[in-house]
Structure formats: structure tokens, C-alpha cells
Design a protein around this ligand. Structure first.
Ligand code: AHG
Ligand code: MN
Ligand code: MN
Ligand code: MN
Length: 340
């Protein structure tokens, strides 16, 4: 029958969200509204990133952000797209963005959600055509009606996240999403304009995850001795197969993490004498990636071996060191520092 030729029953992101809403007890539909708004933001940013060179929107914007990054034009564009799509959702009360110094509060919104986002991750690479992405963590508002939407809604443990996701603008546009009950992967069908469920129940490979380490070795001279000896050991033939690890570093966390989820291996951004807590920001890089990797069967810890999700930020742009990926590899690090 024809149905053997084409799938006449595809699951779009919208359908996936409706099915989740049906499963939820006394759902209000607010959660579905947020997830749909996020899906639209990713499609809009994907469209913009892919046209950037054609409309001369590559290169620097000329300003720097709260963590000192030079802002690319696409950083600023992605940020504006995010602000507008979250504001118009009428359900997101506050927004933290890498590109905004202060937390944004949407006054007119009753809103029950807080979104933290990295609108364009990997933007230093973007002019060279390397894959970039968007990373998001989602919290429910806890602030009292008297003080609607404030920093206490996001300065909390990673365990309070209700969802986390990233979009990867690569050969295709991929979306990896967790609602706390596993991870699902979607691919954008640009003709339909819909994210289609292509990787249900994503899990890190358990048997023989690829022996890959992903770190910027250009920082070696700033690393603590224990970090240097850890990576030196990975470069030696390993017991199980007498082969050393292979090195892969894209320099876009979303690209490096997508490979880590699908192939296995270890991604790290250690602290250094240059920056004690490394470079990655906890709220919109560390937390969402840690939530996704744990939901896919992996681990995420900081230099001290503390679980990333146990950390609590004190400021919205706090940074964290991070060791994230296959349990086999994060455990190697934990053993190396005597935490296992
Ligand atoms: P962003 O582009 O959002 O500022 O994030 C850049 C991050 C991350 O994407 C990447 O893994 C890391 O910075 C690369 O940093 P180095 O260039 O220092 O290795
Ligand atoms: Mn940046
Ligand atoms: Mn980033
Ligand atoms: Mn960014």
C-alpha cells in the first residue's frame, strides 16, 4: 500500500506537544503555548541565520555583552527575535538572555514561565559557516503576585527546570527537547515549516560510546596540572582497546554537544587561571545541556565533581566549569579527582 512509501502519520512538534498536554493532569495549555512559541523562535532564527550572508548580516555588531563577548550582528538579531517571540507568547513572564545585561520582565503578561536563552551559541564561528545553535532552559514562575517575575524565579537549582532544549542550525535544523521524561529529537522540514519527530527517546550510546574528547586545548597553559594530566592520559592507548581517544572540537557548544549525545564521548570547558569558572554560563548553557544529557543517560559535573543540576546561580550570567557526556568518561574524570 502507498502508506509503505510515505509516512502518512508523521508526528510534528505541535502534535507531540498536544499529546504531552493530554497526558498531563489538569493541564491549562500554558506549557503548550510556551513550547510552541519556542518552536517558532527556532524556525525564525534558523531562517535568519541561513540568509545572513545574503543580506550582509554577518560580522560584528560593535558592542559587547554582560560576559564580555563581542556581539555579532546575528547575536543581536537572534536576541531580538527571542524577545519578540517570548513577549508575544503572553505566557512568558521573564526572559534572561546572554545578550541582555538585565533580566527582562514583560509587564503586560500574566505569565507563568521564565525562559533563559542563549540566542546564538557558537557565534564566534558564524562568519566561517560553522554550525551554530540556540539553547534554552525553562522554569515555572515562583515569585509572589505582589512581586511578579523577579530574579528569584531563575536564581535557583537546576532541578527546578521544567524543560530544556537546543536547536542546531547545521546541515539540517535539529531540535533536542526534554520535558523531564526523556529526550526527543526533531528535524525541521523546511517545506512543511514544521519540526518533525525523527529521534524518539534519544539515549547516549551505552555499548562502546565513541572515545572522543572535546576541549579547547589552546587553553592548556592556563589549566590546573590535574586537568593537563587527565587529557594527557586520554591521549595514551586505553586498556579496553589499546587505542587513544580522538579529538573533536567545533567551538560551538551545541554542535559539540549534539555529537556527544549521538556518538558518546566527553565535552569539557574547565576552569583555568584565566577564568576560574571557565567560560560557559550556568543558566542558559550549563543547566540546559546538563538536563538534556542526564535525561539521555549521561552525566554533567563541574571541576570539583559537583553535579551541574545541584548548583544554584547567584547572578544571572554566572559561569560554570563543565565536564559533560557519557557516564564512562565523566566517571573517568571523577575518579581522576578522587570523587569516585
Ligand atoms: P556563545 O557563542 O553563545 O558566546 O558561546 C560560545 C561558547 C560555546 O559555544 C563554545 O563551546 C565555547 O564558547 C567556545 O569557547 P572557546 O572559543 O574559548 O573554546
Ligand atoms: Mn557569546
Ligand atoms: Mn553559548
Ligand atoms: Mn551566545
Amino acid at each position: 500500500p502507498l502508506a509503505d512509501k510515505i509516512d502518512t502519520n508523521i508526528i510534528s512538534l505541535s502534535r507531540f506537544i498536544i499529546e504531552k498536554q493530554k497526558q498531563a493532569k489538569n493541564a491549562t495549555g500554558d506549557y503548550s503555548l510556551v513550547l510552541n512559541a519556542l518552536g517558532f523562535a527556532f524556525k525564525f532564527i534558523a531562517h535568519t541565520v541561513r540568509r545572513a550572508e545574503l543580506i550582509h548580516l554577518t560580522g560584528l555588531f560593535g558592542t559587547s555583552n554582560a560576559t564580555g563577548d563581542q556581539q555579532k550582528k546575528l547575536d543581536v538579531l537572534g536576541d531580538e527575535i527571542f524577545i519578540n517571540t517570548m513577549a508575544s507568547s503572553n505566557i512568558v513572564k521573564i526572559l534572561v538572555s546572554e545578550e541582555q545585561e538585565e533580566l527582562i520582565r514583560f509587564e503586560t503578561t500574566e505569565g507563568t514561565y521564565a525562559v533563559c536563552c542563549d540566542p546564538i551559541d557558537g557565534s564566534s564561528n558564524i562568519d566561517a559557516g560553522v554550525s551554530v545553535g540556540t539553547i534554552v532552559s525553562l522554569f515555572k514562575i515562583t515569585s509572589p503576585p505582589s512581586e511578579p517575575g523577579c530574579e528569584q524565579d531563575v536564581l535557583r537549582s537546576g532541578h527546578d527546570m521544567v524543560a530544556a532544549c537546543y536547536a542546531l542550525y547545521g546541515a539540517s535544523t535539529h531540535l533536542l527537547l526534554t520535558l523531564g521524561d526523556g529526550v526527543n529529537g526533531f528535524t525541521l522540514d523546511t517545506n512543511l515549516g514544521e519540526f518533525i519527530l525523527t529521534e524518539p527517546d534519544v539515549r547516549l550510546p551505552t555499548d562502546h560510546p565513541k572515545k572522543i574528547y572535546s576541549v579547547n586545548e589552546g587553553n592548556t597553559c592556563y589549566w590546573d596540572e590535574s586537568v593537563k594530566t587527565f587529557f594527557d592520559a586520554l591521549k595514551q592507548p586505553q586498556d579496553e582497546d589499546n587505542e587513544p581517544y580522538s579529538a573533536r572540537y567545533v567551538g560551538s557548544m551545541v554542535a559539540d554537544m549534539h555529537r556527544t549525545v549521538l556518538y558518546g564521548g566527553l565535552y569539557a570547558y574547565p576552569g583555568s587561571s584565566k577564568s576560574r569558572n571557565g567560560k560557559l554560563r550556568l543558566l542558559y548553557e550549563g543547566f540546559p545541556m546538563a538536563f538534556l544529557i542526564e535525561q539521555a543517560g549521561g552525566k554533567a559535573v563541574n571541576d570539583k565533581g559537583e553535579r551541574i543540576l545541584d548548583l544554584v546561580p547567584t547572578k544571572i550570567h554566572d559561569k560554570t566549569s563543565i565536564w559533560i557526556g557519557s557516564s564512562r568518561d565523566v566517571d573517568k574524570y571523577l575518579k581522576h579527582i578522587g570523587k569516585l
